[in-house]
Design a protein around this ligand. Structure first.
Ligand code: ZN
Length: 104
């Protein structure tokens, strides 16, 4: 088992670490299930197919993000952005709060 710096966020289903608290950028995102967090990076995850998605803030190309261990859908990654003002999101990960637990 690799060791990660704590605190971190792990998959609620299987407790695999998926993101570090130090990589948390914002807690003010909203996803299907409610609140979501933005991270600069994620780990132990796999990406689904890329697709275009019109969001409230503009048109994006995103890919769904899944837990590598149990396959649970966690959120998504911004792959490409079609609005200049939103380009800071490119390469960032959105993970739904309901899908993760914080571990100290
Ligand atoms: Zn999992």
């Amino acid at each position: 088992m690799e060791s990660y710096s704590h605190p971190l966020y792990s998959c609620r289903k299987c407790r695999t670490p998926v993101a570090l608290a130090e990589d948390l950028l914002s807690k003010s995102f909203v996803a299907k299930s409610g609140k979501a967090f933005m991270f600069s990076q994620a780990m132990n995850t796999v990406l689904g197919k890329k697709y275009d998605k019109p969001l409230i803030t503009g048109n994006f190309t995103i890919a769904d993000l899944y837990c590598k261990t149990c396959g649970e859908e966690l959120g998504w990654k911004y792959i490409k952005c079609h609005e200049k003002t939103q380009s800071y999101k490119v390469g960032r990960f959105i993970i739904e709060k309901a899908k993760i637990v914080k571990e100290y």
